[in-house]
Ligand binder design. Sequence first.
Ligand code: ADP
Ligand code: ADP
Ligand code: ZN
Length: 228
Amino acid sequence: MRLVFLGPPGAGKGTQVKILSRILGLPSMSTGDVFRAEIASGSELGRLAQSYMERGELVPDDIVIKIVEKWLKERGVRNGFILDGYPRNVRQARELDELLKDLGVELTAAIYIDVPEDEIVRRLSGRLTCKSCGAVYHIAFNPPKEDLKCNLCGSELYQREDDREDVVRRRFHVYMENTRPVLDYYRKAGKLLIVNGLGGIEEVSERILKELRGRFAKFSDGSFRANG
Ligand code: ADP
Ligand code: ADP
Ligand code: ZN
């Protein structure tokens, strides 16, 4: 399966993609994680991305598209993948379709995690992110076992610069303007799956898997094929 995850900042895309990538055995990539790693390493790309991210703006398409293209070509697209945080506007969605077409495959589905705005604010204000592996936690809803330490790698957890209230507001606006229209793009293509993102983390994962199972029959080797 070749999947992309959509939804407002804080909807739970990163959380779900990391879980589903393990369950479905698919490689996944988060463009936000790639940029944060570049910033941490002090690279040229990191410095450039940071200037947009700290304002809650989108990093220019040409840069993002190149990163996604490189990753997809290196991984190979035949055995499937999951993208988190891409596409974020209609141009990025079109570019992905073009790229996959050139590689002889098609996107399977776009999964939209639907969460209302007041819940988003609660989630982002308590989000904690691992400095080294990018794992996500929440102070109240998904606390780490040990205070401010990552369960997976033991590194320090921090609050993202762009989870500050003023930047969150800006990211919402950018989401409504740029990313909402992507829903229509995938709806028209018959690829949109909408999942209710409220409830526990496992509950949401189950809902996504159920949606996918409803649409795709599973082969014994674990791969999926469209029903009917
Ligand atoms: P969230 O899912 O919480 O909104 P991400 O980690 O996905 O946050 O993204 C953080 C920031 O990285 C975005 O606000 C944006 O500046 C940049 N970014 C990530 N993905 C993209 C993309 N596909 N196009 C442009 N900018 C992106
Ligand atoms: P996104 O990638 O869409 O920005 P994240 O996966 O980073 O979202 O989740 C945002 C915050 O909400 C994190 O602190 C995460 O632990 C928390 N979270 C994710 N899913 C749920 C859920 N189902 N219920 C409560 N909190 C959640
Ligand atoms: Zn970690």
